[in-house]
Design a protein around this ligand. Sequence first.
Ligand code: ADP
Ligand code: MG
Length: 403
Amino acid sequence: MSKFDKYFLMTAEDAAVYAQEKLPRIPWDKESVQAKEIGDGNLNYVFRVFDDKGNSVIVKHAGEALRISAEMKVSTDRNRIESEILMLQDQYAEGLVPKIFMYDTVMCACIMEDLSEYQLMRYALMEHKTFPHFAEDISTYMVNTLLRTSDVVMEHKAKKDLVKSFINPELCEITEDLVLTEPFNDVNHRNKVFPPNMEFVKKELYEDTALHLEAAKIKFDFMNNAQALLHGDLHTGSIFVTQEKTKVFDPEFAFYGPMGYDIGNVIANLIFAWNNGHAYGKGSFCEWIVHTIEEVTDLFIQKFRIAYDRYVNDYMAKTEGFREHYLGTVLADTAAFAGTELLRRTVGMAQVKDITSIEDANKRVYAERVNILSAKKYIMNKHAYKRGADFVCTLFQAAEEAR
Ligand code: ADP
Ligand code: MG
């Protein structure tokens, strides 16, 4: 009999006992083991369990209600999904995700590698730090986790098994509502619009019917294009960085969807960082961001082509011209979902500190308008984006128009 045979919401003390019981192979110093809650996320409880001998792990535990809102319940199965996908991604993109040591569907918890020496990328970018390996690492991560879980590479029945195993209706519903519906209409009355931008948001978003039509198309592409096993929430708060390394974590929104959703999220979150840098007059940081947006896109394209030629098995997928057609659809989706992420983080319920922390109200108004204007161009002209420079060009245009 163990305390952990039946689900309950763990405290830090429970997590310390839990880690010792579940990972007896770690030479824990029983006298000094302790745990601290370190989570700052919206959904889960994250504990760091450590001792004086230098042993440490992270216990991530799913609660039954969301931490942002007690009324929003989501299945604790998300912890299994997250653990299994990290184990799978570690095969495809080795070293670019945290190691999972064990996971447990009773306590809805997993124990993983402690990455405390890394910094959360969002906060590092808000300090205007730059990361020389980021574009290289994230493009490798995306090509390998996305292309190699898709139908063009995988045996089709094995791929369908993964689709089944990563069906994630509740977390997808959050995205369908918060990202792909509410930014355009505030239909659930929980958008958070910065008051000085209210009129701008009404005109540019709530009253733009042509935009609504494109957004509707994007929403149903998200829901019906089971193309690849996505991270599903690939923003800079899901990425740990050091000067040498990158680790992508927190994939609990994972499911089979369009590859462009992940890539678009990365681009949009780099734009938030650009806006923060711009508000604080950090010229060389902004240049690095621009260069990184370009590089992430172009390295993705370059590595995608190489991986396609190397891994694709499907007979029809090898048809002359199909690789470029397929890549073209991925890039159009990338633009579309960069747009929806830019909008939802600017006017929706879950915002980003890069923007909300800008103290000067005029500068925040400007940053938000850059987000909104670039988002609209990405969404309305999604087929025009063929390379990194195209994404950057739109950012510069929006920055000009927002003045
Ligand atoms: P949630 O799903 O609730 O958003 P996250 O997985 O994002 O939870 O974790 C919340 C925070 O806990 C992270 O922002 C990070 O600071 C910390 N954290 C999560 N995983 C690790 C890890 N493997 N090593 C070190 N810190 C971690
Ligand atoms: Mg998180």
